[in-house]
Design a protein around this ligand. Sequence first.
Ligand code: BG6
Length: 462
Amino acid sequence: MSITHKFPEGFWWGSATSATQIEGAAHEDGKGLNIWDYWYEKEPNRFFDEVGPQTTSDFYHTYKEDIARMKEIGHNSFRFSISWSRLIPGGEGEVNEKAVTFYNNVIDELLAQGIEPFVNLFHFDMPLELQEIGGWENRKVIDLYVDFANKAFGLFGDRVSKWFTFNEPIVPVEGGYLYDFHYPNIVDAKKAFQVAYNTMIANAKAIKAFRNHSIKDGKIGIILNLTPSYPRSQNPADLKAANIADLFFNRSFLDPAVLGEYPKELIDVLKEHGHLPTVEAEDKQLLKENTVDILGVNYYQPRRVKAKESLPNPYGPFMPDWFFDNYEMPGRKMNPYRGWEIYEKGIYDIMINLKENYGNIESFISENGMGVQNEERFLKDGRIEDDYRIDFIKGHLTWLHKAIHEGCNAKGYHLWTFMDNWSWMNAYKNRYGFFSVNLETKERTAKKSAYWIKEVAKNNGF
Ligand code: BG6
């Protein structure tokens, strides 16, 4: 077999997860409640099949065997997140020693198996008590987050060198403050922009704190879901629509994180509509001085955009989608099992953009993956034959390889996700893992893609 797509030496092969989605043990060993535990108790019927986050994939108890499985399929790196409400129940105060033991065990086990831990600090899981005082709307929560980050750097920084402040910070903004799919289910664009802004201040402050810890080879980054915005046509109105979608959904996080400042065009639009967030005098300098070392890119699908067919209602609530309409491009390739577009070249376009406009910052694909509903339909002799996922990964890796060949600074590829997991309101609806999980017994079974990635990792290419 000849390898046509060889990746640079030391390329990171692995997968990504998050605490609430895999750990379970939501009420064990002193863990505090987060917004998901609470929201599920309050409104279980808003969750697919009414499945909540209490047990999920039980990683809290099975981490050792799961890490052995990672090793078996050739992972050299793995991303997980630390649950704030597990490490510091209530979000402020003393650390929970049982949580320290758990995360120490996970890190030590990964290292013992030759797998580098990539640790993320926040993946949608605000401690409930802090949401009750406004969550990211409240600047006090930023300081408590920095305290949490400092504690994590201090406890685990002797063994973990790759740190991330946030996963997809735009999602709690969209879900919690615009489109009602995360707690606190507020619909208020002004608050949404304040929350978005405050998370970027939290990002900068955590980076500043990180620099005071002397972590060997330490790097700190952020993980953003970047959705390239493609216009329907090259006519000016469509181009303008795509540009504004890019400003709201990509550059409002990418620019402050990597360049240390907000795009002027975005500030102008928010100013015009009276939606500028409240800022503090020292913020500008803080953002400028504390940019990321590394960028995680989550890429699932692009955004296709056209000019608004009718003018926005000036009396209706201000929303980003005032400015453009989504466009269903005829003939686009779809994932029929999740309803998302598949556009592999998007990964290349993102990388080229980072190279040309963001100083070719060190980056990696921190999530990419294919969700499938009712995946049991592909069971054959006890194993899920997910050839569609292999094609999906291969297609994206082909474009990533081309980008690297053209000088892009991409260092790795992590699939979403290691094993099927609990995905917020969608619970276990869409399966993404290299391993399937039996929800009754929690038994894991490798899918065909797990054997395939093992070969890819071994050959450092395909
Ligand atoms: C990613 C998130 O954007 O999408 C994950 O980081 C999430 O947390 C994943 O699980 C898949 O989402 P869904 O809705 O298809 O299950």
